[in-house]
Design a binder for this molecule. Sequence first.
Ligand code: XMP
Length: 202
Amino acid sequence: MKFSRIVWAFVLSISLNGVTNACQRHYTLDDFIPYLTASYLQQRVQEVAHRIDTDYAGKEITIVSVLEGARPFTRDLKNALKSKTQVVEVTAKSYEGTESKDLTISGLDSIYLKDKDVLIVDDICDTAKTLKKLVEKVQEKQPTSVKTCVLLMKNTSKNSTKYQPDYQAVEIEDRFVIGYGLDYDGAYRDLNCVMALKSSAA
Ligand code: XMP
């Protein structure tokens, strides 16, 4: 009797371990496929920069860049813009692995934005929580104007309010993507292209 209990406890612990491992699947680069090439991204950055230059003619743009993800896009956008720009950086974190979690924003308190034309630049708009929260917080600082610009606009039902950034370089499907600033648990930000998780197509 005692022995059979031990056997059952052993079998149960092995099965639970299997379930836990399946839930915490860790992805490697082999799980991603090429999605947007580096040259295509650069072409779209030039196009969005041209639209911004036209709209902001004669004005200085204060870019609020959302780290870590927007760093490469901000760098290339700033280089492509003819308008005078000043870049300030804030940090936002909401993703853990491939899951969107609670949002934290830091670094904005010490930034002076009164009477500035502010352009919030982020890597991707998914649920739109980050951009909406940032617009709200920036508006408290009494800028002249606030607009938003993203590299990627995810076409997803998670964006329940259907928020649209003022500028978007590329619209993508509802897939988890990495590269060009976008990471999977801190990795793959340095890729100059964007790759999509194979199993993440909606
Ligand atoms: P929200 O949901 O607030 O998301 O619009 C904005 C932030 O979430 C991260 N995010 C992703 N990161 N691949 C990533 O590596 C993705 O597919 C993805 N979708 C959202 C990102 O940091 C973005 O700023």
